[in-house]
Design a protein around this ligand. Structure first.
Ligand SMILES: [Mn+2]
Length: 293
């Protein structure tokens, strides 16, 4: 079927994102794609699971002292994509991101697998050449190629690194990868272990050189511990908890976040539904942080 629509309008939307009486600041869209998933698939159901779980949350966040009811964001729906070719999905994400930023909105994406981040960054660097990237993830995602696909989820940070003019990525809490990937992170001094209080201080110190830089945040939900977020395709023991995310959030709120994504939610792998709730709460937090400027 030929489909010329950019976004699919049917299905659930993120809570409160049907407001028409407000100046918009943030544009949400989903990418229901899990074509390169190497272990367990199902992230194509992620965007709608986040939207449905959002209905269970309060609109008010006591940590950030903000209320979604006072913020201008719109959920455009999920991107119409061709599931057979990763590169065409990434190109479509690039195109859709450009569409969002041309409207002067900050993009917030719901994945889908991590490969989609490459498309967002391709679009963002045209507007923000001094963009820096922050990645929360269990995995380095720095492989040059994986299963013969350079656009695999396992390569997404490598592809981003290659196109970022400033070549600056801070990779927070990475605990899995090849020796080559860890050597790369250590040599570029971009690995932040985030295991102790001093790592929060280290993150703050590193970011203090980028007070005026635009920052893009990619949240791979497997950064969290599998006991909190079992609904992800490649769970990795030894992860982080909600309080850890909050401490990063507090730091980010002092910086210029211009876009974000939440990827790798595979809702059907978690019968309790808690993974989707965590993802929706991350989304709520990021809408509030993106609204900061
Ligand atoms: Mn990842």
């Amino acid at each position: 079927m030929i489909n010329n629509k950019l976004f699919e309008k049917e299905g659930p939307i993120f809570m409160g994102s049907n407001k028409t009486n407000m100046d918009l600041n943030i544009g949400i869209f989903g990418v229901n794609y899990d074509g390169t998933t190497s272990y367990k698939s199902g992230t194509r159901f992620g965007p709608n699971a986040i939207r449905m779980a959002s209905q269970s949350l309060e609109t008010y966040c006591p940590i950030l002292n903000k209320d979604l009811n006072e913020l201008g964001y719109l959920d455009f729906g999920s991107l119409s994509i061709d599931l057979t070719n990763t590169e065409s999905v990434i190109n479509k994400v690039n195109y859709a991101t450009k569409h969002i930023i041309d409207k002067n909105l900050k993009p917030l994406l719901f994945g889908g697998e991590h490969s989609i981040t490459t498309g967002v960054v391709q679009a963002l660097i045209k507007k923000y050449p001094d963009l820096i990237l922050l990645q929360l993830d269990a995995h380095a995602d720095l492989r040059d190629s994986y299963l013969n696909n350079k656009f695999s989820h396992a390569c997404t940070m490598k592809r981003c690194f290659e196109i970022l003019p400033k070549q600056t990525i801070f990779q927070i809490g990475i605990r899995s990868g090849t020796k080559d990937e860890f050597d790369f992170m250590r040599n570029k001094t971009q690995l932040i272990k985030f295991e102790e209080k001093k790592d929060i201080k280290l993150l703050n110190e590193k970011l203090s050189n980028f007070k005026s830089s635009p920052i893009y945040l990619t949240v791979d939900l497997d950064w969290f511990d599998p006991s909190l977020v079992p609904g992800t395709g490649t769970p990795e023991p030894g992860g982080y908890f909600w309080k850890d995310f909050e401490s990063i959030l507090k730091i980010l709120n002092q910086y210029k976040l211009i876009g974000a994504d939440i990827v790798e939610l595979s809702p059907e792998l978690d019968s309790s539904g808690v993974s989707s709730i965590v993802a929706a709460k991350v989304a709520r937090s990021l809408i509030m942080t993106l609204d900061n400027l």
